[in-house]
Design a binder for this molecule. Structure first.
Ligand code: NAD
Ligand code: GLY
Length: 364
């Protein structure tokens, strides 16, 4: 991947809980980005056994250069470990390392590490500060921003969690150079999502730039990461706790979470499940008369060009319904869907009847 030094900074504006997102290549190594957020000279780094050999030494050096000592907690890799047992390992590592209420947690890794370390930060000694250092495309464009933290339950994805905003997000796009191809594509699903729900111009840019993104062109990746963070930061500023607008960020996720839960966590990557979920949700939007069929097809084609699945696994309609009823957007037994009203515009709808849902799922 070509090096892009130019660092760019955004702010997630949430009053006294506002925080910066630093985006650039090599920012992982910048002591000055960590120093203001770790005033006590100690931090706990949470990462996994895939990311640690790649980036832990660099993070440790940057922290040491800022005069910060660290406790290191290295977890097993994978969505299948985003559970109570692993959360307990974090708690154990924090207690064994004598971390106190002023010891920030630094999450180094993808969305699984960010979500779990963030949840640990939300509940450890009733809440400690944390910093996100996302190393997957998905985490850089989505999960590291906005303060949603969680673990999974066998009955439902992300069912146990808390809102807990980070103090800073340090996004080194250089780390994407080691990301497996399949993970890069999974991250593109969330990139596409931000465009589809909020920014038609960005969708047109994605259509024109998909090959460059897949080839990991650094300028294209920085643009995509920055635009997604801008879009998401504005939604989070408006509706931090998902009382309204923020629900649109779950476009494709109602079907996607059902696929992930049904198939067993880690079998379909989160981004792959969301990709298939977005195609189904776009078809449903067309069935509901909100989206032109040609635009639903445009969604499918873009997702296909990103090398992502455009259909779910062969689950029965009844199984989808059973799983989606556990979704966090379900209210008083009614499943709520995020639908497109056009490319770049989304809304939440409830009480859709069986026939359009069956057609969207390809099960008439
Ligand atoms: P992940 O964290 O499992 O990372 C994917 C894989 O890449 C893992 O094997 C990881 O160890 C490895 N990896 C990470 N960085 C690497 C690098 N630079 N080089 C090589 N390998 C690397 O998965 P993900 O796609 O990052 O995140 C998915 C999770 O994020 C899901 O659990 C999903 O629910 C969650 N999520 C949360 C939010 C939120 O708002 N909190 C939003 C979207 C998704
Ligand atoms: N990924 C959905 C949200 O952050 O609200």
């Amino acid at each position: 991947m070509k090096d892009v030094r130019g660092m760019t900074q955004l702010t997630v504006s949430l009053g006294e809980r506002s925080y910066p997102i630093h985006i650039g290549s090599g920012v992982l190594d910048e002591p000055e980005l960590y120093r203001p957020h770790i005033p006590g000279g100690r931090a706990a780094v949470v990462t996994n056994d895939v990311v640690a050999p790649l980036y832990l030494a660099r993070l440790r050096s940057a922290l040491a250069a800022a005069g910060i000592a660290c406790v290191e907690i290295v977890l097993p890799d994978g969505e299948a470990h985003k559970d109570w047992q692993t959360l307990d390992r974090i708690a154990d590592g924090l207690l064994a390392g004598r971390c106190d209420r002023r010891t920030p947690i630094v999450a180094l890794g993808g969305g699984v590490i960010g979500d779990m370390a963030g949840f640990a930060a939300a509940i450890y000694q009733r809440g400690v500060p944390f910093i996100q250092v996302p190393t997957t495309l998905l985490a850089q464009v989505d999960s590291s921003v906005g303060g949603k933290t969680a673990i999974n339950h066998v009955r439902g994805k992300n069912m146990l969690g808390a809102f807990h905003q980070p103090r800073a997000v340090i996004t080194d796009v250089g780390t994407l150079g080691t990301l497996p191809e399949r993970e890069l594509r999974a991250g593109l699903a969330e990139v596409i999502k931000h465009g589809l729900i909020l920014d038609a111009e960005f969708v047109a840019w994605l259509e024109a730039s998909m090959e460059r993104l897949l080839a990991r062109d650094a300028h294209a990746l920085v643009h995509a990461v920055r635009r997604c963070c801008e879009l998401k930061a504005e939604v989070v500023r408006t509706d931090e706790r998902e009382e309204g607008l923020r629900a649109i960020l779950n476009f494709g996720h109602t079907f996607g979470h059902a696929i992930e839960t049904a198939m067993g966590y880690g079998s379909w990557l989160h981004g792959e499940a969301v990709a298939a979920g977005m195609v189904i949700a776009a078809r449903l939007s067309a069935e509901a008369g909100l989206l032109a069929r040609a635009d639903a097809e445009r969604v499918r084609r873009l997702i296909e060009r990103a090398g992502l699945p455009t259909d779910g696994p062969p689950l029965a309609y009844e199984r989808y319904m059973e799983l989606m009823a556990v979704d966090k957007k379900a209210e008083r037994g009614s499943i709520r869907f995020v639908l497109l009203e056009g490319i770049g515009a989304a809304r939440v709808a409830a009480d859709l009847s069986e026939a359009p849902l069956r057609r969207a799922l390809g099960q008439p």
